[in-house]
Design a protein around this ligand. Structure first.
Ligand SMILES: [Zn+2]
Length: 407
């Protein structure tokens, strides 16, 4: 089948139909993927043989009396279902994951980078990731490693062209990790990886058009149209670090003021939280914990950041008018009240009054839901599993586009 582009496209259509509609009877596949029953039958045979699909026990939908149908689904079986190793390399920590064909995270672990030398970090990551994979090895086929990180990444070459915070330049990271792990490795920028995960596993509207804004220690963005994430020449798309945030006067290393990364990154937020005496070290996780346990100063600072993010999001909504604007930002991932704050700022609502009395433990929305387009602002479908799910999609996305690569 390799080399036959039509067969590849047909196999991809069947696989995605099952992703979307499974478990589904064979007879239910042709109407939703536009192929003939004979073509679907050919492809399901190949996909069953390669282990990407499985037959479920028992009759499926549409099975009439005396004519039971065996439903098909993606092979997420606990014995034979293929899994993907996932790696997100952040600035303070890396996240490891083991992810199935539906993007479900089966296991995860964090590796803090504290005290580790960025120059030798990939070797350390590979060693610890290998131990993690060995620990969770149940004999299920391991497809490879999908890896995601910030900065300028070229997926086709597997290189990190530039990652300022880690001091990496033209680093052949995919080859380094592949050599150390003995696995196929695919690499991409994490903003594009999250966008890819939303297209593959998230809201159906994301396949029409989406913009994703990633707000972590680095801030970047990605957009996708018609189910494809844009890379641009040199795969350099998505740098929004110096997008001007209306109303911000925060100085940026670039010499201007009010740039998005300098204003709203986790690094900036953590430093501000320490400066205000809210947390002992510059950790956004600690800041979110402080807000959740009732510290009004922490809640206030997180709401300030949410409004900065919302104002930047409004610019992206204006420029792209996407069906979905996905924002990956820690506080709004964990508490919907901060998502409401982002939406309200994007709507151009008046600044929220600063609370003068302690706020409740969990922020509660006090206004009715805003109308579109701010309602198109959502958090990633995978919630707190966003990073391992997105990293795995770096490998799974190409597989769903061309399952023949596995056969
Ligand atoms: Zn700047």
């Amino acid at each position: 089948m390799a080399g036959d582009s039509r067969a590849s496209a047909n196999a991809a259509a069947v696989l995605r139909a099952v992703l979307e509609h499974g478990p589904v009877a064979r007879s239910g596949i042709p109407p939703v993927c536009g192929l003939s029953p004979a073509a679907v039958s050919r492809q399901t045979t190949g996909l069953l043989r390669s282990g990407l699909l499985r037959e479920l026990p028992g009759p499926g939908p549409g099975g009439g009396p005396g004519r039971p149908l065996v439903p098909l689904d993606l092979n997420t079986g606990a014995v034979s279902g293929p899994v993907t190793a996932a790696l997100h390399i952040g600035v303070p920590a890396s996240t490891f994951g083991l992810v199935d064909l539906r993007g479900q995270v089966l296991a995860r672990r964090s590796l803090p980078h504290h005290g580790l030398d960025p120059a030798t970090l990939p070797r350390t990551i590979a060693r610890r990731l290998r131990a993690f994979l060995d620990e969770y090895d149940t004999g299920r086929p391991l497809l490879g490693l999908g890896a995601a990180l910030g900065g300028w990444v070229r997926p086709d070459e597997g290189t990190v062209v530039r990652h300022e915070a880690l001091g990496w330049r033209d680093r052949p990271l995919a080859a380094e990790l592949s050599d150390a792990l003995g696995l196929p490795v695919r690499l991409d920028n994490h903003a594009r990886a999250v966008a890819g995960a939303e297209i593959l596993f998230g809201h159906p509207d994301a396949r029409h058009s989406l913009v994703h804004l990633f707000v972590g220690n680095v801030v970047d963005a990605a957009f996708g149209i018609g189910g494809t994430v844009h890379q641009g020449p040199g795969a350099a798309a998505g740098d929004v670090a110096h997008l001007p945030v209306p109303g911000s006067r925060t100085p940026c290393p670039c010499g201007r003021t009010g740039c998005l990364q300098a204003t709203a990154s986790d690094t900036a937020l953590g430093a501000e939280a320490v400066r205000r005496g809210i947390v002992p070290e510059p950790s956004v996780g600690l800041l979110v914990d402080a807000a959740a346990t009732g510290d009004p100063r922490a809640d206030r600072l997180l709401r300030e950041r949410a409004r900065d993010v919302g104002r930047a999001a409004a610019l992206l909504l204006d420029v792209f008018n996407p069906a979905v604007l996905v924002i990956a930002e820690l506080s709004s991932l964990l508490h919907e009240g901060y998502l409401d704050e982002i939406r309200e700022a994007a709507l151009g609502a008046a600044p929220q009054p600063t609370p003068t009395t302690p706020t409740p433990t969990t922020p509660t929305p006090t206004t009715p839901p805003p109308p579109p387009p701010a309602l198109r602002i959502v958090t990633p479908h995978a919630g707190p599993a966003v990073l391992p799910c997105a990293a795995a999609t770096v490998l799974l996305g190409p597989l769903f586009r061309d399952p023949a690569r596995l056969t």
